[in-house]
Design a protein around this ligand. Sequence first.
Ligand code: GSY
Length: 171
Amino acid sequence: MRVEAALGLGGNLGDPVAAFAHALTRLAQHPAIFAVRPSSVYRTAPWGKLDQPEFLNMAVLVETELPARALLDLCLDLEREGGRERRERWGPRTLDIDILTYGREMIDEPGLQVPHPRIAERAFVLAPLAEIAPGMVIGERTVSTSLDAVRNETIRRDSVATDRLNAKLTG
Ligand code: GSY
């Protein structure tokens, strides 16, 4: 059965655009993933731990036959390939990939909570997701309604990073 899943990507160390491009290419090449629809890249103020560089964030919709746990394992592989080192909680990182939604499923297992429990409070997740899935319902609200409630964060579309990403994906 094919499911539409939403992934959130973020990073603030090294070259996050290159890490995003590598991850998106690997997703598109996967035999059990049939469509990959990326958002633009956004420049976002750090959340949680404030004294660290700005992040780049984006979202992607994938249509997949992978079960949620296998999709998580793939995301963890892509994080490792992107050079991820977990130094400190909420600290800087090269590449983070979270499963935001997996169809309409609610999953609460060790290491896998879907929908991602903190989506509604994070504009850096909601803004990219609203670009590609504004009407997606998470909890009781659409993504765009949830985004309106957290508009005060500093989030802006980064056209230079987006163009660089698209050049890497098509070039
Ligand atoms: O959960 C993802 C890692 N992360 C981020 C992020 O991706 N973007 C922003 N803006 N702040 C963050 N804080 C953490 S931790």
